[in-house]
Design a protein around this ligand. Sequence first.
Ligand SMILES: Nc1nc2c(c(=O)[nH]1)N[C@H]1C(S)=C(S)[C@@H](COP(=O)(O)O)O[C@H]1N2
Ligand SMILES: [Mo]
Length: 405
Amino acid sequence: MVFAAIGVAAAVTRPGAGVLAWLPTVTGAALAIVVLHRLHALAGAIESADLDPDGRRRFLRGLGLTAGVAVAGGVVGRWLTERQAVAKARDNVVLPPARQSPPAVPATARVPGVTPYVSSNADFYRIDTALYPPQVDPSTWELRIHGMVRNPITITWEQLLRRPMIERHVTLACVSNEVGGDLIGNALWLGTPIRELLDEADPLPGADQVIQRSVDGWTCGTPTAVLRDGRDALLTIGMNGQPLPVEHGFPVRMVVPGLYGYVSACKWITEIELSRFDDFDAYWARRGWSAQGPIKTQSRIDTPRDGAARPAGTVVAGGVAWAQHTGIAKVEVQVDDEPWAEATLAGTVSADTWRQWSYSWTATPGVHRLRVRATDRRGRTQTSIPAPPDPDGATGWHAVTILVK
Ligand SMILES: Nc1nc2c(c(=O)[nH]1)N[C@H]1C(S)=C(S)[C@@H](COP(=O)(O)O)O[C@H]1N2
Ligand SMILES: [Mo]
């Protein structure tokens, strides 16, 4: 029990300890109590039966089994800790500076309950197929650019760090995000423009798909034209001033403004292959999701929450809206069946991020429905027609119902 207490104390006080950090130690201690109890009972049975050979055999078998499980547990534990070793390599990374400092973040909405303009690394949503985040050591990392190119390239971590770096805010979104969902986040990414590397590799005509491959075999396919059209598609090494967190792709990932993550944002990337959409289906395309994944214009009400109660009088609603790489021009809010009214938009650094919005109205007692819709800078208002995430992103207007007292 004393060792368990020490173990729990050590686990929960580690930096970055999760809410379940105590669980392995407590599970181990509980198992130890059960095993000790059993073996003790067996040993007692042998003693009272005066070295009964049957009981003795059972005792030895139990002892052997316990030892076997302990050794296996030790080996697996060791293996798991070794897989975590890359955390140290990450601590030692010194990020190169960006060529220019990033645009200053403008005044953002000060409405309590509205999602911050920049998501912290700890709060950033995480989506991948990895049971355990791949541990990729930068000292052995290499990126191979090959396939339908005139000039195949391999670059190492050291070579990557010497390339020109830029820093950009980009809002990443998951195609699985439901209307009103939170699988979306905005970060400041540090990286080198992938366009320049592709130019050096010199893709052959017809190579319309850039396949990105992760060290764990996951793949995604991005249109070559999108990566070369001048947008800030980055081979990324930094997130909000830190080396990429291991869960977010350390040491290197892709970030492409305007495309859902499943077709553009390969984490733990080690390979880029120029190919054709006709010749290769990436991981999610093979499973029925659309091969093309431009982000659909969406808006979300963060406050008030669905089902919230508010006193009558002034109620301030707020949230975020996004149309990456086109930009948000307008957000409108509708109370019950009243006419749509324009919300106030907070600033943004570029068309590649979401925008916060707020709207205040004088609420009368009763149950009210609030809806939101966004219009992009090309004048297109998001569709009201509900669609599920599968195969290329959810649509529909986010609504909440609140009780005004
Ligand atoms: N290697 C790898 N990269 C991946 C994925 C994955 O499963 N494996 N998932 C993608 C999907 S679906 C999304 S939405 C984004 C999410 O990035 P994040 O976890 O950093 O938020 O990563 C993309 N990159
Ligand atoms: Mo995703």
